[in-house]
Design a protein around this ligand. Sequence first.
Ligand SMILES: NC(=O)c1ccc[n+]([C@@H]2O[C@H](COP(=O)([O-])OP(=O)(O)OC[C@H]3O[C@@H](n4cnc5c(N)ncnc54)[C@H](OP(=O)(O)O)[C@@H]3O)[C@@H](O)[C@H]2O)c1
Length: 259
Amino acid sequence: MIGCGNMGGAMLRQWIGSGVLAADAVDIVNRADRALPAGVRQTRDLPAGPLPDAVILAMKPQQLDEIATRFAERLAGVSVLISILAGVEEDALARRFRAGAVVRAMPNLPVGIGKGVVALDSSSAAPVVRDAVAALMAPLGLVEWVAPALFDAVTALAGSGPAFLYRFIDALAAAGVAQGLPADQAQRLALATVEGAGLLAAAADVGPGALADQVASPGGSTRKGLDVLDAEGALVALLTETIAASTRRNAEMAAAARG
Ligand SMILES: NC(=O)c1ccc[n+]([C@@H]2O[C@H](COP(=O)([O-])OP(=O)(O)OC[C@H]3O[C@@H](n4cnc5c(N)ncnc54)[C@H](OP(=O)(O)O)[C@@H]3O)[C@@H](O)[C@H]2O)c1
């Protein structure tokens, strides 16, 4: 793995914790030592010896050219190159690295506890390679293959989604404070409510819309609140605008990386 910060580290911890990878089977190339799971080797340069089974690019997108200049020759012929670099398309990777297959992956931070989302895209990977990459990603959470044209939208919804939900939790707590709850208690209540509701929705055999209706009896207080969120599609409109703005920015960054 080249670069191993917040996201690379989260993936690595879950891979090793779930047993899908042995710590001593992983080499990290980082600029400085970081706290990593015991047994993982970390160096400043590619280790000597045969090519690894797979290379994962997990540094910042702006480091792509520097990393390609340093390592592309030595990595030529590697079976699979997986990149989590936001906004960097498969073609941009294939132009810089000669790999049997290039797979673009978009994880989100809950991969660190096995409850994340990993979107995948590859036009170059054979079915057997796609299956192997999907199996590698499976312990991280939900794995979905997406069309390249939808990657910017998936990045907005799932990649940035945790940040949007953190805002929602804060807003829920602030709304409770506005009704007189102490701030720390409102924060705890909001967080536990979102956690429990998410787990319940994930386990339910009906969709979230039906679940909301089950909680809201006619004329009751939940219905009154839902009426506010639903009035003229207020919440849907707000989130549509949020995801659209984020998707547009992803597209702009992808265009800039294309050159
Ligand atoms: N964070 C997210 O939610 C998220 C979601 C999806 C995708 N991503 C993608 O994940 C990638 C990493 O993001 P991050 O949030 O994990 O960033 P980060 O915490 O800053 O980590 C970047 C890592 O790359 C290393 N690095 C930078 N330049 C390097 C170089 N020249 N040689 C070797 N290692 C180098 C850094 O080392 P130093 O610490 O020594 O600088 C650090 O370990 C990005 O491409 C981002 O687009 C992130």
